[in-house]
Design a protein around this ligand. Sequence first.
Ligand SMILES: *Cc1c(COP(=O)(O)O)cnc(C)c1O
Length: 356
Amino acid sequence: MKKHNFSAGPCILPQEVFEKAAQAVLNFNDMGLSLLEISHRDKAFVAVMEEARALALDLLGLTGKGYQALFLQGGASMEFLRIPYNLMRVDGKAAYLDTGTWASGAIKEAKAFGETVVVASSKPENYNHIPTGYAIPEDADYFHCTSNNTIFGTQMKSFPETNVPVVCDMSSDIFSRTLDFSKFDLIYAGAQKNMGPAGVTLIVVKEEILGKTGRAIPNIMNYQQHIDKESMYNTPPVFAVYTSLLTMQWLKNLGGIAAIEKLNEAKAQLIYNEIDRNPLFKGTTVKEDRSNMNATFLLVDESHKEKFDSMWKAAGISGINGHRSVGGYRASMYNALPIESVQVLVDIMKELEKSI
Ligand SMILES: *Cc1c(COP(=O)(O)O)cnc(C)c1O
């Protein structure tokens, strides 16, 4: 039986995507060949890459607006490094907002390059909120933020107005909600949270912000190289790109980001209503910054843990243990998670309350 999969990542993908991806491994496009054994230069795969790049821009509403989409390897963590390499001028500086483990990982890499200003941090409160009221230095080469903090369960509901280029790690909420994506100059997302299997990262970059650092950039690190080579500078991760394309096609057929956003809001409301109503549970973050993707919560009385754990396991729920830095539980409700799975979890929370 298929589990109710709340894993934070790699995570659930649509069932039809799993089936089509499995089929392509056996016989891709009726070619009599597996997707895994053809050249990435074969026109069948070149078409996959072209469509994936175009569809990513289309879903974000960025077609024809000076942006390029790339599918590169190294995970979101590699972009922590590529971003300062490509955007921080020699003797320049960058501004970062510290809202969690991933944001602080990005800061560490930037510090190796040059002056890195942390404009605000919620670390002293174990990242339970998104800081506000900070100032971004006018002379920063870019401002970096993390739209959704996967581990702590917070999400930026608004973004600062600034003349500085805005760079955003959207790994765990890409394609989950409508935003004016043209306000961002560079968006990146490791695929394995909301888009596809691990092994590929989507980078969407406004081309005009590149080429300004005065720094020699090795080809493999250089966004412009990857743009010029149409995301085929070296062998791309063909399976991860193809499966990401299938997920984007699924989303497009569903009605795009606006359609999935409604479902995501309904799922989030369902779980948060129960966390707030049920006296056995409490949330870990301030309410206004709660993530629609990762809901983090604790048992008020830890002595119920054994019982609760055996109840949700028996209900076919998987992947809701919280990250070790927060403890408790984390229900990750990415695009492909059906609302029925959230209802099963909520029913178990109600059952626990009745049983005590
Ligand atoms: C998971 C995650 C990362 C790290 O992604 P990798 O692909 O493992 O490098 C970075 N940022 C956010 C917000 C994440 O959720």
